[in-house]
Design a protein around this ligand. Structure first.
Ligand SMILES: *Cc1c(COP(=O)(O)O)cnc(C)c1O
Length: 408
């Protein structure tokens, strides 16, 4: 069975190109292809390729669907969550001012700062800076370092808001603070929006509305992770005024103003002094195929029996853990928080074998097919196996390859 699957990998386009495939025990990681796109999405993409359509019309249809699912006023499909973050920043900075849209990423004379609790900073912040924003760190790293009981106080965020502030950016994990509703209240007292990066926080499905309910003005999700839509898609859900600004900075703007009538529920031209030129979002375009694929994937994700998927992941994680324990590894299974539900198998390689976690990960990645384990904790001697992107056969294969590549 396992053999067969790998033979079919070799028979695929990847075999033709002589590119090794990956058995993915690392979860939804973009650099190894994210997730496997749903059949429903592929079919929709195929169908979308058969006719022309106005992208604004399709975005408006996507907006209706996103709004229904998230409870937000409107929504927009971007070329990924990172592109979504860039567009959210652009919307926060430029608002409905077409001259400001034209000026970005130059923020001279515009509010160009985005506040972030220091402990929320990630490499994806570059996407906010791409719009021209300067990130202002607030707070300390006390909680992580064990040098204090809080990292960011609400008053600290508030005292950093000035005329230069365009937004507050926030990332939600089970341990982030201050709570989102508190941050949103502070932002709204000063008439600025909160942007939430929830790229990888699906499932659970309840997170679609969770951050909007807590007061976020714009929330981004990745379309190519848990939703299993096209890799190059993301979702922004949020207030109408920001989605409208995003649309004006993202849609192709080579339009004759007098002849252009986008759906009013997406863009109300009465809110703008004219049409801007090609905006900051133009290099991040989304095709009709990706848009259709994302909408179909979203519907399929919603129709899926979530508890069943969850049970399947849990069982597969437990199987991996037992297989490795039988071979003498120390393991434990994490997961199940309400923000992030996917379980993961944490394997203490350094204390269970002569081979280091780093060496193990290197060896497995050099095999054909490559075997990918989560390697974010190699310095602690730990590898992590994630069940989300594996079949049961592949899970057995991963256990076999781990055991075969360590010396005891
Ligand atoms: C994956 C991820 C992103 C980027 O998502 P894309 O859809 O690949 O652009 C941004 N932020 C976080 C926290 C992520 O995990």
């Amino acid at each position: 069975m396992t053999e067969q699957r790998y033979r079919s990998h070799t028979d695929s386009i990847y075999g033709e190109l002589d590119v090794p495939t990956v058995v993915n025990a690392a979860g939804t990681k973009t650099r190894i292809g994210g997730s496997l796109i749903r059949d429903e999405a592929l079919e929709a993409m195929h169908s979308a390729a058969s006719a022309f359509v106005e992208l604004g019309d399709l975005q408006a249809a996507a907006s209706d669907r996103i709004s229904e699912v998230t409870g937000a006023e409107a929504g927009y499909v971007t070329s990924g969550a990172a592109a979504g973050l860039c567009l959210c920043a652009a919307a926060a900075i430029a608002g409905h001012d077409v001259a400001a849209m034209d000026q970005l990423p130059d923020t001279e004379g515009l509010p160009g700062e985005i506040l972030m609790p220091r402990t929320h900073r990630t490499g994806y912040d570059h996407a906010l800076r791409t719009a021209g924003a300067t990130i202002v760190d607030v707070g300390t790293n006390d909680l992580h370092l064990g040098t204090g009981s809080t990292s960011v106080e609400p008053w600290e965020l508030e005292s950093n808001i000035t005329d230069e502030t365009a937004a507050i950016a926030y990332i939600e994990k089970s341990y982030t603070e201050p709570p989102l509703d508190v941050v949103a209240d502070i932002a709204h007292d000063h008439d600025i929006p909160v942007i939430v990066d929830a790229a990888a926080e699906l499932p659970p499905r309840s997170n679609f509305s969770r951050f909007i309910d807590q007061g976020a003005d714009m929330v981004v999700f990745s379309g190519g992770k848990g939703i299993r839509g096209p890799q190059t898609t993301g979702i922004v859900a949020g207030k109408q005024e920001y989605i409208e600004s995003i649309a004006m900075q993202h849609l192709d703007m080579h339009v004759a103003e007098a002849a252009w009538s986008p759906p009013k529920r997406l863009v109300d031209l009465d809110n703008f002094a004219g049409v801007p030129r090609q905006g900051i979002g133009r290099p991040m375009k989304v095709g009709k195929e990706e848009l259709a694929g994302l909408i179909s994937a979203l519907d399929a994700f919603l129709a899926e029996e979530q508890s069943e998927t969850q049970r399947e992941w849990q069982r597969r994680a437990d199987d991996i853990a037992h297989g490795l324990e039988d071979a003498g590894f120390e393991t434990h299974v994490t997961g199940g928080s309400d923000v992030s539900v996917a379980p993961e198998v944490v394997v203490d390689v350094d204390s269970s074998s002569e081979t280091t976690a780093l060496e193990l990960v290197r060896r497995l990645r050099a095999e054909n097919p490559r075997v990918y384990l989560g390697g974010d904790k190699l310095d602690e001697g730990i590898v992590v196996a994630n069940p989300m992107c594996l079949t049961d056969e592949e899970a057995d294969y991963v256990v076999d390859r781990i055991v075969a590549n360590v010396e005891n």
